[in-house]
Ligand binder design. Structure first.
Ligand SMILES: [Zn+2]
Length: 264
């Protein structure tokens, strides 16, 4: 256990129940995440939707205010491809974790303001995440110290797209994985696809994407086999535990170094 880390966990049963409550309609998926954000305590001005220019469901946004204006964005896309499968892996596994992570991180005061975003239209070309980051002001973008994205968890142990991750975020992930004895390995998907984290990279915002896809399981995505039956629940729950601890760790690790005190 790393020092100064505070988080709580939902039970395996609760996490599994959220995953199994998926809809195959993108508008219903967004609405479910919004409802669960509310259940996790995100209410009033801290819970909002961001309509897109195109005929897609909105982004859904939950803000957990911190002690400073510094921000960590935590994202996962809510939509599935229109054609095949139930879209459970890609990306209900990621979206359904967002409200559980709100629960996990909300028990203690935070240094950073955590902004959880369920992005719409990822499968249409990162539409929701691009819209989100494009519509931040320059000042707002400057306050985002990191963007942590999850896409397609639960096919196996946690993987990280290391070649498209910021080194500080990567080192922090390795530290948490080592301390908690939970596995993380590198699986780069440069030649296979993209993810909402890349919308943030366009603005030089440090970003990282966690997933679970390997060369063997890649064909499940966007296929009729993207169903509950593809999920390894133990691995999925481990990914949730790892990510909850990772976010708690980042909240501490990404603090600006204390100002040098003047010598009296
Ligand atoms: Zn995806």
């Amino acid at each position: 256990m790393l020092a100064q880390i505070h988080f709580r966990l939902r039970t395996r049963e609760a996490v599994a129940a959220h995953l199994k409550s998926f809809s195959t309609r993108n508008s219903e998926r967004e609405a479910l995440i919004r409802k669960w954000f509310g259940d996790a305590g995100c209410t009033g001005a801290n819970l909002s939707e961001q309509g897109l220019d195109r005929r897609l469901p909105p982004n859904v946004i939950c803000v957990l205010p911190g002690e400073t204006a510094e921000v960590i964005v935590v994202g996962a896309h809510t939509d599935k491809v229109e054609s095949f499968g139930d879209g459970v892996v890609d990306n209900w596994t990621g979206a359904a974790l967002l409200p559980s992570l709100v629960y996990s991180l909300s028990a203690q005061p935070r240094h950073h303001t955590l902004i959880f975003v369920g992005f719409s239209g990822e499968e249409k070309g990162l539409v929701g995440s691009r819209y989100y980051v494009d519509h931040l002001s320059n000042e707002q973008r400057a306050h985002v110290e990191g963007m942590v994205n999850f896409d397609s968890l639960g096919l196996g142990p946690t993987e990280v797209w290391a070649s498209h991750a910021d080194q500080v975020l990567l080192d922090a992930l390795a530290a948490v994985a080592f301390a908690s004895k939970m596995p993380v390995t590198t699986m780069n998907v440069d030649d296979l696809g993209t993810a909402d984290s890349e919308s943030f990279a366009r603005y030089q915002i440090p970003r990282i994407t966690l997933h679970s896809v390997t060369q063997q399981t890649w064909p499940i995505l966007h296929s009729p086999f993207d169903k509950m039956a593809a999920i390894k629940m133990n691995d999925y729950y481990d990914s949730y535990r790892l990510i909850a601890e990772y976010l708690a760790y980042l909240d501490d690790a990404l603090k600006a170094p204390p100002a040098v005190k003047p010598v009296p």
